[in-house]
Ligand binder design. Structure first.
Ligand code: ZN
Length: 172
């Protein structure tokens, strides 16, 4: 497995915008080349944005994420008492601390960044549904293309809009 470390900018056609407070996105080289072929298959008005990849737990960033997670869980519990069962999916590290095959992506439509979760993971479900309807076409293109290229999109609705996906290891 070979890591590539990408700063904010465009890398061979893939936009990278690290999620604050990260300055880089680290991914497996295979993931980057897959994203490049996915980008090539998408309609020209859709641009993928890579926002998050590998974040080792024993790092400053890992430490900050852990604090966000602890605070976030407290807020989420209060806001959405009936969505407690989603906490593990939404606030778990979802493999980001394991290796560079677990990523979050986002997208631009005609050059404009589309935020499927304007309030992050705290975006109410009704807003999420409305945005899914509004952006159904580009979203379907992206999700279908990710799956066709060997990624598994997270089963939780909020995480799927964060477009968290994992590259399924090739079976030998
Ligand atoms: Zn993720």
């Amino acid at each position: 497995m070979r890591f590539v470390t990408l700063g904010r900018g465009i890398h061979d056609g893939i936009q990278v915008r690290p999620r604050w407070p990260a300055r880089h996105v680290r991914v497996d080289a295979v993931v980057l080349s897959k994203l490049q072929s996915i980008q090539a298959q998408l309609p020209s008005e859709i641009t993928l944005i890579l926002t998050r990849g590998y974040e080792p737990r024993a790092s400053h960033l890992g430490f900050v994420r852990m604090w966000f997670r602890t605070l976030g869980i407290g807020v989420f519990r209060r806001l959405y008492p009936d969505r407690q069962h989603e906490i593990a999916d939404i606030f778990g590290s979802n493999g980001h601390d394991v290796d560079g095959t677990h990523i979050d992506v986002s997208f631009c439509l005609n050059g404009r960044r589309i935020r499927m979760l304007p309030l992050g993971v705290f975006t109410p479900s009704s807003w999420q549904h409305r945005r899914v309807q509004r952006y159904a076409s580009p979203l379907n293109f992206i999700l279908t293309s990710l799956k066709r290229n060997g990624f598994r999109v997270h089963h939780n609705e909020t995480e799927s809009l964060q477009i968290h996906c994992d590259l399924i290891p090739a079976t030998k």
